[in-house]
Structures are given as C-alpha cells and as structure tokens.
Design a protein around this ligand. Structure first.
Ligand SMILES: Nc1ncnc2c1ncn2[C@@H]1O[C@H](COP(=O)(O)OP(=O)(O)OP(=O)(O)O)[C@@H](O)[C@H]1O
Length: 360
C-alpha cells in the first residue's frame, strides 16, 4: 500500500502542490519553517481527519483561505483508491473515497494505516498513559475489526455510568450498565492484550539491533486490579466512584509499561535512545500489520536526523526501509539522510516557503 499522488491545497503555508510520490523513500528537505512538517501533516490529516500537531483543525487551513483540500491516490496490489478530503473553516468536513461520500472517519483510517514519528513522539513515553493507550489502540484497531465498535461502546457506557454516579444513583440502577460495560470491556481488553503479546515477539529483534545493551520489558496493564473480575471490581469500587463521580478502573485506564531493568524507560534511557525506542515500537507495529493483514503502513518521520548519531541514523533508515513500507522523512540538510543510505532516496523534494519542487 502506498500513496502515488498527493495534491495539497491551502494547507498551512502550502497553497498548492501536486506531487508524484515514490512508493519507497521520499525525502523532504528545506529550511526551518519552509513547510516540510506540513507535508507530513497533510498526509496524516488525510488519513485521520485531524492533525498530529494541533487539536484545532482550523489552524491547518491556510490563513488566507476558507477551505483546505487534500487528495491522494492510493495503490495496493489489487486496486487503486482515490481519497479526497475538504475541510472548511466552519468545521464542515467532506470525505470521499472513490467519489463516494464517507460518513465515518474510521473508514479513512482503515484505508490509510499511518505511523508518525516526530520529535514529540517522546510523549508516547512521557505524557502519561493516554498516548501509550493510543499506541496500543492503533494496533488493536488495525488488527481486529471488532475493536473499533467495542471501544466506542465502552466509552459511551462509561460516560453514561459517570453521569449516573454524579446523580448519586443507587447501585441497583448502575448494575444494568455495569453488565453492559463488562461485556464490551472484555472484548477491548482481550484484543489489546493479544496485540501487545504479538508485538513483543517482533520488538525483541528490533531492540537487539537498535539498543543491544538495553534490557527492555514491555507489558500490558488492563486498567484495573489484575486479580479481580471487572464486574466485581466495579461493585467493590462503587462507594469510591460515587464520591468522585468517576469510574476509577477499567479499560480507559489501560497502559503499556515500558521498563528497562527496574526503571521506567524514560528514567533509564538517553533522549537519543528514547527516540530509537519509539522508532522500534512503531517499526514493530508496521511489521506486525504486514504479518497479520499483509498491509503496509505509511511512515511519516519528522526531522529524522535529530538526536541520532550517524550509526543510529543508518540503522533506523535500514530498519524502516526493510519494512517495505512507504516512507516520508524530513530533514533540514538532505545530506544527513543521503549519507546514511546505501542507495539514494527514490524521490527528493525541496520545500521553500511552502513551494515544493522535485529534485531530479
Ligand atoms: N494556517 C497557516 N497559514 C499559513 N501559514 C501557516 C499556517 N500555519 C503555519 N504556517 C506557517 O507554515 C510554515 C510551515 O511550518 P512547518 O512546521 O511545516 O515547517 P518545517 O519546514 O517543518 O519547519 P522546521 O524545520 O522548523 O520544523 C511556518 O512558517 C508557519 O508559520
């Protein structure tokens, strides 16, 4: 799976670009503020309907325009898919796949499995469990078609339950919802657990190459006491939940634990090593998707050279290219990437003040 064409209109400082892409490595280079990250962000926006940089989608629309439009042609072995997205400043969003309107944005995500590695990816390890949960859920979503609905139901019921708690409802009123909650929470937890298990196998090999001295342990915690059935847990916690107005334990508290020896990974590793760990996790996800569904991810790697020495830059590029995935990397100095590759990148783009030229 790869993007063969990408049209960007009115996205950040890119007014108009029509790009023919390589199915292998695409290098995007240019000065600070030229628009390199915006190209990656546009691809992500097309796949996810949102930005990886800003929660406010209207920020990505060019300041002088009212709408942005993105279009891509996606090739798999079997077919060509055309994906288009238009986002207006008033919040309206139109998504089309092969000319047909698409209602659920998850349809887009299924079509485009995108992996992002940015300098902010460290948040995967630092920013509490939410981003680690999102990491697991990226894989759970792609590896099991039941995940999306079960997780959406779980969140809906949790919201309902919290409302009842805030209304001081008796447990007999809440019990009905708890039984429903348990049904979906078990599906979510089982898929997540299996996913982390499968990932672990692949991760070991990658870590051995990237961080050979590091004794990394990755484990999944489901979000409530490991020895108690969820229904029992909810019942036990009811008085406390009633006082806080919030369901304290459950799949909304699941986490991925990353430990080196006896320490959390972020306390044991340097910044460069953390970057490699994040890359290893993302590469393992891509490899697993390929193994499970024969689907390639698309990698967006912003500012690849930063924090890495030449040897690790080389290793990372080698591992990324070995996934067989389409890769977009940005760098200020193209030599930092070109010199780390045995073959030149398949395509190079130079970005200057939002204008993109292909380097032949
Ligand atoms: N909505 C917008 N409309 C117009 N220009 C914008 C908008 N949002 C951001 N910009 C500008 O777009 C430019 C592109 O920024 P971008 O982050 O893509 O650059 P970059 O090449 O990745 O830079 P760096 O190397 O510093 O990370 C910035 O100069 C920014 O000020």
């Amino acid at each position: 799976m790869s993007l063969t064409r990408l049209n960007i209109d009115s996205f950040r400082n890119i007014l108009s670009a029509k790009l023919t892409l390589s199915e292998g490595l695409n290098l995007i280079y240019g000065e600070n503020g030229s628009g390199k990250t915006s190209v990656l962000e546009a691809i992500f926006f097309l796949g996810m309907g949102r930005s990886f940089r800003s929660h406010l989608s209207q920020r990505v629309i060019n300041n002088e325009q009212d709408n942005l439009t993105l279009f891509a042609q996606l090739n798999t072995q079997e077919r060509t898919t055309k994906v288009g997205l238009r986002r207006a400043r008033n919040g309206d969003i139109d998504v089309k796949i092969n000319g047909d309107n698409v209602k659920r944005l998850s349809t887009l995500a299924e079509t485009l499995p995108i992996q992002v590695i940015t300098p902010e990816s460290f948040s995967l390890l630092f920013e509490g469990p939410k981003s680690r949960r999102q990491f697991i859920d990226w894989g759970a979503f792609h590896s099991d078609p039941h995940f999306h609905q079960a997780w959406a139901k779980t969140r809906r019921i949790l919201k309902q339950r919290n409302q009842l708690l805030r209304n001081q409802s008796s447990y007999s009123n809440i019990l009905f919802w708890d039984k429903e909650l348990v049904r979906y929470a078990e599906v979510v937890t089982e898929i997540r657990n299996q996913y982390v298990d499968s990932l672990n196998g692949l991760l070991k090999g990658i870590i051995t190459e990237f961080l050979p001295q590091v004794d990394l342990k990755v484990s999944f915690t489901r979000g409530w006491d490991s020895k108690t059935e969820y229904l029992q847990h909810l019942q036990n916690q009811y008085p406390r939940d009633l006082a806080s107005g919030f369901t304290s334990g459950g799949p909304h508290k699941a986490d991925l634990r990353l430990r080196v020896g006896n320490l959390p990974a972020q306390d044991a590793l340097s910044r460069g090593q953390l970057k490699l760990l994040v890359c290893a996790l993302r590469i393992a996800q891509g490899k697993l998707l390929k193994q499970q569904l024969n689907k390639n991810s698309i990698y967006l790697v912003d500012d690849l050279p930063s924090e890495l020495d030449a040897k690790h830059r080389q290793l990372l590029l080698k591992q990324l290219t070995e996934t067989g995935a389409q890769i977009f990397v940005t760098a200020i100095d193209p030599a930092a990437i070109v010199d780390s590759l045995s073959l030149p990148p398949e395509r190079m783009f130079h970005v200057q003040q939002g204008k993109i030229t292909v380097i032949e």
